[in-house]
Ligand binder design. Structure first.
Ligand code: ZN
Length: 597
């Protein structure tokens, strides 16, 4: 190659490459909010002129909830045109893929509507009051251009405004900018009359966005959110964003979803009526905000990068969710927003619930994580009996892991160090961590093997040894055996004057006697029974007594005999030990950031 030609090519090449980079522009309309129809447009320009087609995909799930939603079901009136407005041929090639034949055209614009009335799933919603958009449920994407920057021009209804974690065009607040589809998919957009309350923490902009009415104290909320932000900054060492948005819907729905620099939380107006309810809300905030690091930055391998079109299998949801659940309460205690005594007293219920759940003996935490797609989020009839809960049990195992590391390292190290090391060693730009990495780093800090711990509690179903482990922190777990009463082992509820069974614990007297889900309870020993008095009525008998249960099953009257036993699992009390060793005291104090007293 001649020198001059080479120079010319070197000069032209970047321009040629640049001119071939497609651009992606979305438009989002909502001209008739009460129809619940969002109007979506995506224009892709600068496509190669070679003949071919483009696949437009709509995710089948959204980040943070590991179950298929099949958002394509809400899409209607799809159409496609080329750069000059000429209609293009298209066909669906699977449930969530629209294949557009573009010929030699270098531009394609697709338009479609999305029926959005699923606010409670925190996926997509539009009504006369506001719009909420999680991109996974609304915006199609092109896999091969997923990494490219994009814009979203929002046309709000009337005088509604836009709130989002995304940056806006400095010249046009309604034009949102995202460096790629993954960031768009992790940045929900609210459009409406929501209040945006700005506050600053460590020089970074934070926004408390509130949709809905309630008797809340915004000043106190901002103060408490600031405390939570600072506690997390102290824990993780940084704030991994330029701005953060706490999005709050005050609605009948409940729950929250974490996103890359925002969270969407939903709670009822009753949240602000009692201190206990408000405390619960702070727990939700603490949980979602901790996720900013644990799962949004520190990501398990199975969800890095996200595959939007299929289930993403991973054994680490108990770390992503359970460890977050552990720290959401712990950090509130450490930063003074929740009383230490409340947490210590609450451990009694945690121990009892863990032991009462039959599913904990059936399914390991690894399996619970992996099968979330077909089990946990389905909430099936058998879930309590056959599944462990990667949130609740994952939180318990995280606590035991924390205390084990503290005990083994003579309280020099803790799970805090392990999480921080994971965060530094597995950045979002890498390949993600696995449960083996957690075990390895735990062993590094503890200075001993954790194989048995992980084999038993993570990959296996061994019962958790709360007594031994809580004693490391000077806490005694006392079983209140004398308070055990005869029981049936059913969950019942009253509806339209009927008392229905909705849960039966594996191995309980009711289970052994053959009571079934959906049975309508009528009487015990010939006397009518209601769900509210069921346990008290049963407790009037003695262990070993046989009682006659009358019920309707499929409209047929039946009578079953049940032999009563004492509750399998007692209630517990967790108290500080009378004479703590220096190590017990020091673990308790650094774990809860408090004085033993
Ligand atoms: Zn969570």
């Amino acid at each position: 190659m001649k020198h001059a030609v080479r120079i010319l090519l070197l000069v032209l090449l970047p321009t040629l490459l640049l001119s071939q980079t497609p651009t992606l522009e979305y438009k989002l309309g909502m001209s008739k909010p009460t129809t619940h129809l969002l109007e979506v447009e995506l224009s892709v320009a600068n496509l190669p002129s070679s003949p071919g087609g483009v696949d437009f995909l709509l995710p089948v799930w959204r980040t943070g909830r590991y179950v298929l939603f099949d958002f394509a079901g809400g899409v209607q009136e799809f159409s496609a045109v080329d750069g000059s407005g000429k209609a293009l041929r298209w066909e669906k090639t699977d449930k969530s893929t629209w294949h557009v034949e573009k010929g030699r055209s270098t531009g394609v614009t697709i338009r479609y509507k999305v029926y959005a009335n699923e606010f409670g799933d925190r996926t997509r919603g539009l009504n006369g009051d506001h719009a909420f958009v999680d991109a996974c449920g609304v915006f199609m994407y092109v896999e091969r251009y997923r990494h490219l920057p994009l814009t979203v021009a929002v046309s709000p209804y009337q005088d509604w405004h836009v709130t989002s974690g995304l940056e806006s065009d400095p010249h046009d607040k309604l034009r949102l900018l995202a460096p790629n589809y993954d960031v768009l998919a992790d940045s929900p957009i609210e459009v409406g009359h929501q209040k945006d309350i700005e506050f600053d923490v460590d020089g970074k902009k934070h926004i408390l966005m509130i949709y809905g009415e309630a008797n809340y104290d915004a000043e106190k909320m901002v103060k408490d959110l600031t405390t939570i932000v600072k506690a997390n900054k102290e824990f993780w060492g940084d704030l991994p964003y330029q701005k953060y948005v706490f999005m709050l819907h005050i609605t009948p729905h409940g729950g929250g979803t974490e996103h890359i620099n925002s969270t969407i939380m939903q709670t009822g107006p009753g949240t602000f009526k009692t201190p206990a309810n408000y405390q619960g809300f702070l727990g939700l905030v603490s949980h979602e905000y901790f996720h900013t690091w644990n799962v949004k930055q520190l990501r398990p391998k199975g969800i890095l990068p996200y595959d939007y079109m299929h289930e993403n299998y991973l054994k680490e949801l108990w770390i992503a969710e359970g460890t977050t659940s552990y720290y959401d309460g712990l950090l509130l205690v450490r930063c003074g927003l929740s009383p230490v005594t409340q947490m210590v007293n609450g451990l009694a219920g945690t121990v009892q619930f863990d032991r009462q759940r039959p599913g904990n003996k059936v399914q390991s935490l690894s399996e619970s994580s992996f099968d979330a797609w077909v089990k946990f989020w389905k909430g099936g009839q058998q879930s309590f009996n056959s599944e462990s809960d990667y949130y609740g049990k994952g939180s318990g195992v995280s606590m035991l892991l924390d205390l084990e590391i503290r005990q083994c390292s003579n309280n020099k190290h803790s799970l805090d160090d392990v999480m921080l090391a994971l965060y530094h060693r597995f950045p979002l730009s890498g390949k993600g961590y696995t449960v083996d990495d957690l075990q390895k780093i735990s062993e590094e800090f503890a200075g001993s093997s954790f194989k048995t711990f992980f084999d038993n509690y993570v990959h296996g179903t061994a019962p958790l040894d709360w007594e031994t482990t809580l004693r490391y922190a000077g806490l005694d777990v006392q079983a209140l055996d004398s308070e055990r009463k005869p029981w049936l082992g059913v969950q019942a509820y009253d509806q339209n004057g009927r008392t229905m069974i909705r849960g039966i614990l594996t191995g309980s007297p009711a289970y052994d006697a053959g009571l079934d889900l959906g049975d309508e309870l009528l009487a015990i020993n010939g006397r009518r029974v209601r769900s509210s008095e069921l346990q008290d009525r049963v407790a009037e008998f003695k262990a070993g007594d046989k009682v006659k249960i009358t019920l309707f099953r499929d409209d047929v009257l039946r009578e079953l005999e049940v032999t009563l036993r004492l509750q399998d699992v007692p209630s517990y009390k967790v108290v500080k030990t009378a004479n703590p060793t220096p190590l017990q005291k020091s673990i308790y104090e650094s774990w809860l950031k408090t004085k033993w007293e």
